[in-house]
Design a protein around this ligand. Sequence first.
Ligand SMILES: [Zn+2]
Length: 222
Amino acid sequence: MMSESVVFNNKKKFAEGPNFTEKKSYRPETVKESGLAFVGHEISDDGKVMNQLLHYDQLYTIRHGWNSRFFKGLLEGKILGTQCPKCGDKWIPVRTHCWNLDCNLEKTEWIEMPLKAKVHTWTIAGWSGRSSLRRLPIILVYGIVEGSKVAIANELQGINPWDVDFGMPLKIVFKPKEKRIGAVTDFHFEPEDGWKPSQMNKEKERIKKLIQPVYEWVKTLR
Ligand SMILES: [Zn+2]
């Protein structure tokens, strides 16, 4: 009969664990035992692996593993996507292996994507978590980064909610370097420079009227 230790020793090890010496802590003074906040991250010495520390009632570690380069890219103000070396398909959000059935799960490679996108679809949020209430109404967009086969969700700013349009051109705007934490909230979408909204129409008027109470309610917040 096999002993427990033998089973343990036979376990296949795929890689050595990374060593983390680059660590950053940004736990806010005010973080309470209940609530949600990113409070730090660590990057391995070889730069390949990033872990994120999330406090949500208690401290969580988000291990990004193979996807780490995307989150490290955000710290540098870059959108890093992946591309299949066989068929050339690109993805943001990243995929580790190609989803094209002909490619038989080919492993993808990292590429820098342009800071341009277009609206695939969107919704207007009239309610949110506590931290974002004052910013309501918030426009949430599924944007297709130029060249990507898939869409990524993020906030659209700098536009009236009723003026959003399918396919409208967007730019990706990053927070200043010192405010970035390596999370998707490091960037947001804005209309491309020079973009002008189409004229008001019945549907736009309808949306504007629906949103009005949200603006009124936000004014009452202290
Ligand atoms: Zn492919």
